[in-house]
Design a protein around this ligand. Structure first.
Ligand SMILES: CC(C)(COP(=O)(O)OP(=O)(O)OC[C@H]1O[C@@H](n2cnc3c(N)ncnc32)[C@H](O)[C@@H]1OP(=O)(O)O)[C@@H](O)C(=O)NCCC(=O)NCCS
Length: 213
């Protein structure tokens, strides 16, 4: 009876003796087998990106386009989030310029932790190339690493592109939110308070400085 060891040796010998038929391999041009490389890079936002990101956001988040956005785009949105949540501030770079960005944060509640995608924007010159897709994938990976169990985003109901984009990414369960506003100047009681406060600050402004003795 042969031991398993002997079997293995025999097999090896047999393998070595096998004559493989000669197969002529056709040369395949490398560009045909190479996977398509995205023409952009996703990276962390740096200090030099603050201004390009802000100006790109200015083009994208206009008050005419998003009239009821309660959170408005301003410098502080970029600077503030870069200070508090740098790991959730990512940019997409293409053709040596900022082509898109995503800014987010993590919200900790006593019973759950969720990631909030606050701002997502891609330059019109670079849209529909999958940039937002990759930006969101990257920020979500980071949020999961930090313990997010769900994600949140919000936008104006008229923002079809964003709603389609996020729906395709798997977001759902939309909830309507009602915003009410009040023009204080026109209010009968508060209007008088506003007027009083304005007058008071004007009086303070023109008060003659006390003489130093
Ligand atoms: C929404 C936005 C970020 C999408 O960026 P993008 O890089 O063009 O998106 P992607 O290329 O990754 O799109 C992926 C998919 O989302 C959907 N989508 C994206 N833009 C869309 C549009 N304008 N209309 C319809 N569907 C759209 C499509 O299903 C698309 O896949 P497809 O191109 O194969 O059809 C971009 O349109 C934008 O910056 N809009 C203005 C700012 C904004 O509204 N931000 C979101 C709220 S904070």
């Amino acid at each position: 009876m042969q031991t398993p060891m002997t079997d293995a040796k025999t097999d090896a010998k047999t393998d070595a003796n096998i004559q493989l038929p000669a197969i002529k391999l056709e040369a395949v041009p490398s560009e045909e087998i190479a996977l398509p490389q995205p023409d952009f890079e996703i990276r962390e936002m740096g200090i030099d990106d603050l201004s390009p990101v802000y100006h790109l956001g200015e083009r994208l988040f206009t008050s005419e386009q998003y009239p009821s956005l309660y959170r408005t785009w301003e410098e502080w949105e970029v600077i503030g989030l870069y200070n508090t949540d740098p790991e959730y501030c990512l940019v997409a770079e293409a053709d040596k310029q900022v082509a898109g960005f995503v800014l987010g944060t993590m919200i900790d509640k006593p019973t759950w932790t969720y990631g909030y995608i606050i701002w997502l924007g891609v330059s019109p010159d670079f849209q529909r190339r999958g940039i937002a897709d990759k930006l969101v994938d990257k920020i979500v990976e980071r949020m999961i690493e930090e313990g997010a169990s769900s994600l949140m985003m919000d936008t104006d109901p008229s923002n079809e592109a964003a709603i389609k984009f996020f729906t395709r990414k798997g977001f759902g369960n939309p909830r309507q939110h009602v915003f009410l506003s009040l023009d204080l100047d026109r209010h009968e009681y508060y209007g008088r308070l506003v007027e009083y406060e304005r007058g008071r600050s004007e009086r303070h402004q023109y008060r003659r400085p006390k003489r130093q003795r």
